[in-house]
Structure formats: C-alpha cells, structure tokens
Design a protein around this ligand. Structure first.
Ligand SMILES: [Zn+2]
Ligand SMILES: [Zn+2]
Ligand SMILES: [Zn+2]
Length: 488
C-alpha cells in the first residue's frame, strides 16, 4: 500500500487526491484527508495528533480539513455578529447548550476558518462535539456579507447537518446508550458524507416537513413492541441494540446473513428513501419495474412468504442477497446498499493509492452484455469500476482470510445484478448532475440542504428523546420492516 506523502496539501483547496475520478472511474471523492502539517488524518478526527491543529468535517469541502481559530471572536460576543450567535445558541441547543458553550471557551475558540483561508467562510463546532456523539462536523457561522445561501436554515440550531437529521436518540439516562449512540452517529456520518459527495439530496424535516429525512434511534422498551429497523415516509428507524456488537452478531448468525453492520443498515434504509424520492415519482419508474419487478406486489404477503418459505433456490443467480429476493423494493434497497459499499470502498482504496491492476484474476469479469444499457456513454467506465471492484474484493477477501477474519466482501455479484447496479448508477449520476448544476453559481458543490423558509424554532430533537409524530405523506405504504430476529 502506498500512502500518499510529500508536500503539505494546499489547505485552501480541497484536500483530495488528484484525478481520482478519472483514474478510478469511481463515482465519489477522496477519503484520504490531510492536515496542514501533511500528516494523513481520518474521517472522525477533530484534532491532528501530530501537530495539534484542530480538524473538522466541512461539507463545502466534502472532507475533513485543518482549521484555524478566528482570534478575538469570544471577546466580541454580545455585539454585532455575536448577537446572531447568541440567538442561535438560545434558540434550541437545549440542555447541552450551557455545558458546550462553557467548555468550548476553555478548550478552544468558538469560530474557525479553513486553515490557510483566513478570509473564507467561518464555521463553528457542532454542539455534539462534546456529547457522546462526538461529532467533528462543522456548522456554518453566518456573518454580514456572507453568501445568502450560506446559512443554517433547516438545521437544528447549533447542530450540523448529520446531527440535525437525527430526530430521536437512545435514552442517555441508561449508561450503555451513550456508546451505542456514538456508534450510530459515527456510521451515519460516514453514510451522509458519501451521500453529499454523490450529490444526493440530504434534507432534514425542518427544511422539508413532507419529504425530509429523519432518523429515530430507538431502544426496546419493556412491554412495548420490538423496535423494527425500517424506513417509512422519510423516517429511518434503527433499533439501537444493533449498535451493540454482540447483539448484532447474534442476530446476524440467527438470520444466516453473511454481513450485518450499522453502515449496511443505513445504506439499505436510505435506499428506500431515495426510491421514494428519485424513482417513484419520476420516469425512472417504468425501467425500475422492468429490471427489479413490479413493486405493487403485496409487500406484507411477500414478507410473510420470505420468512416462512425462505428465498427461491436460484436466488444467488438473480440477486445480491437472499433478502433482495423478497420484494422489488428490497431488491432495490439491497442493490443500492451494495452500490454505496462498492463506491465508498473503491474510493477509499484509490485515495490511499491502492489499486488492483496487478491482481491475479480469480474469477470472470463482467462484460458489456451484462449491462442494462451497454450503449450508454458511461457504460465502459461503469464496467471498469465494477470489474475493478471484483479484483479489489478478491484481494481484500484473501487479506481477511490471512488474518482469520470473515471475508471482507462476503458476496458473489451475480451477472443479473450488474444491470440493476448500472441503473442505480444512472439514477445517482443524473441526480448529481442536477445538484451540481444547481450549485454551480456558488464556489461550492453544496447539495440543496438549505430549503426555503425554515420552520419555526422547535425543540432540539437531538436532545429530546421523545419523538414528535411524523407528518406522513400518504403516497406509499409501509416498507422495509426488516426482521431483527427470526420470526417465531
Ligand atoms: Zn497536523
Ligand atoms: Zn454534528
Ligand atoms: Zn428494506
């Protein structure tokens, strides 16, 4: 493995590997981030361990960047822009507001710019930096003269985009839940950073009460029904016990699944969300039905059949997983999750200089005949990406076996999945083109997360475990009630 080294990154510019997309034909961005001192830093870092420079995830840069404190900010509080900041704090940061504010003044200044860009946009730490969620994302700090689109509309005041879309957290009065919440948020931040890089819309319910996204992390309560992981009308529910390794591993074994992770859950459920958003109300729907089947098939009956009779015997030739054979919606969500796995892993590999061009081939590669649209202008590039993935996972699986670990990618992609993956790739890239052209005017590839007319100040749901009932658009029925334990 060759980790990129050399001169410190130009801190004013995106800290990204050059020509990644062209080298790789992978759809997203670099996962290798660097401090201003040149050392590699990682997605969850909030400070460089080598030189002490503060770090944070900045959406405008789609990555973790070194930060420079804005000196004198604390002293000027209470006048001018300080008013705005005080208002933001007072509006809804809730119980954690006081302690975060107090500690952050001791620990570090309130406001930052990206290192090397002192006149650039200003950011503050997400209010969850110091909670169990330990969030290292940055929140825009608006000031006079800033780009009008550069505001916090739609965010829970004081909180970053990722934390703002969490509507319910586990009950923190139970000690173990802090750790579970941290793992959940960590996995969700990786998910959301990828969605942003792909140009997919990430809009919370404050900005879009009808189609916005919300996450409920719920614990099982005595006497209450078992919390089911699933998606409905933009609300993704995860049973918080999935964050407990021993519990999740037990369920994985009982369900005979080869792979079960928090990130996998998130990637699957967000697939349902984007189906509602990007496929169901669009011309993609007919082609979806041709490839995945008719989603109007009775979901409840399909679910019951799946758990009573199991998958069809020939599922490995037709689907990415046995669960995908249950219903066209689940086939979509499973295939979507694989697409995100493949894109992120390939990007990460390439970001660190790992490529699979010298790999001895242990399996057949896919050909244009396997594609959905072999004539598509991007077809060859997509095929390269897919075959690069096959080569890469051959190596990664062998590496895992060398350590006695389960296979890194414990799946065999059937040829029938290739067309579906290309279809998903086309849906994603079309959306990305739309997003990027909409954001072309500002100098940042900012997804449309700032909807018009943010809703009235409400309670900071991040700090309030009691969920408000979601307004439910009546367009689609409940979907994806994924079993978390075998049906008794
Ligand atoms: Zn450093
Ligand atoms: Zn946050
Ligand atoms: Zn599902």
């Amino acid at each position: 493995m060759n980790i990129q080294s050399g001169a410190p990154a130009d801190a004013a510019g995106p800290v990204a590997a050059p020509n990644l997309a062209s080298e790789l034909a992978a759809p997203t961005v670099s996962r290798a981030y660097r401090c201003q001192c040149g050392r590699p830093v990682f997605l969850r870092n909030s400070q460089c361990l080598a030189c002490g420079t503060p770090l944070g995830y900045v959406i405008d840069r789609l990555g973790v960047v070194p930060l420079a404190p804005v000196r004198g900010e604390a002293e000027s509080k209470g006048e001018g822009e300080g008013d705005a900041e005080a208002k933001i704090d007072g509006e809804g940061a809730g119980a954690s507001e006081g302690e975060c504010e107090g500690e952050s003044q001791d620990a570090e200044p309130d406001t930052f710019t990206v290192f090397g860009n002192p006149d650039g946009k200003r950011y503050r730490r997400c209010a969850n930096l110091l909670t169990a969620a330990s969030c290292n994302w940055m929140v825009p700090a608006p000031r006079e003269g800033d780009d009008p689109s550069f505001n916090t509309d739609g965010l829970v005041p004081g909180y970053c985009l990722s934390c703002s879309v969490t509507r319910t957290i586990p009950d923190l009065s139970l000690e173990r839940n802090g750790e579970l919440w941290r793992k959940l948020e960590h996995a969700k931040r990786r998910l959301i950073s990828q969605l942003l890089a792909l140009g997919l819309p990430v809009v919370g319910r404050r900005a879009d009460p009808e189609n916005g996204l919300a996450f409920d992390f719920l614990g099982n309560m005595p006497g209450a029904p078992h919390v089911m992981t699933g998606h409905e009308h933009g609300v993704i529910t995860l049973n918080a016990e999935e964050a407990e390794d021993a519990v999740r591993e037990r369920i994985r074994a009982e369900m005979r699944e080869p792979y079960r992770t928090l990130l996998g859950h998130f990637r699957h459920e967000i697939g349902h969300y984007y189906w509602d958003l990007l496929v169901q109300p669009t011309p993609w729907l007919d082609e979806f039905r041709a490839l995945f089947g008719d989603e109007r098939a009775d979901y409840t009956a399909a679910l019951q059949r799946h758990y009573e009779q199991g998958p069809p015997p020939d599922w490995p030739n037709r689907f990415v997983s046995s669960y995908a054979s249950m219903h066209p919606w689940e086939d979509w969500a499973e295939t979507w999750a694989h697409y995100l796995h493949m894109a992120d892993t390939t990007d990460t590999a390439m970001s660190f200089g790992v490529d699979a061009t010298n790999v001895e081939l242990a399996s057949d590669l896919f050909t244009t005949e396997d594609l959905w649209q072999p004539e598509h202008p991007g077809a060859t590039k997509f095929l390269d990406f897919l075959n690069g993935w096959v080569l890469l996972t051959n190596v990664l699986n062998e590496l895992s076996r060398s350590m006695g670990q389960p296979d890194y990618y414990p799946f065999v992609l059937p040829r029938a999945a290739v067309g579906k993956l290309q279809f998903i790739h086309c849906v994603v890239t079309q959306q990305r083109d739309t997003t990027l052209s909409a954001a072309a005017a500002p100098d940042v590839p900012l997804p449309p997360q700032t909807g018009p007319a943010a809703s009235a100040p409400g309670p900071a749901s991040v700090a309030a475990p009691a969920p408000a009932p979601a307004p439910a658009p009546a367009q689609s029925q409940a979907q994806c009630q994924q079993q978390s334990s075998p049906q008794s």
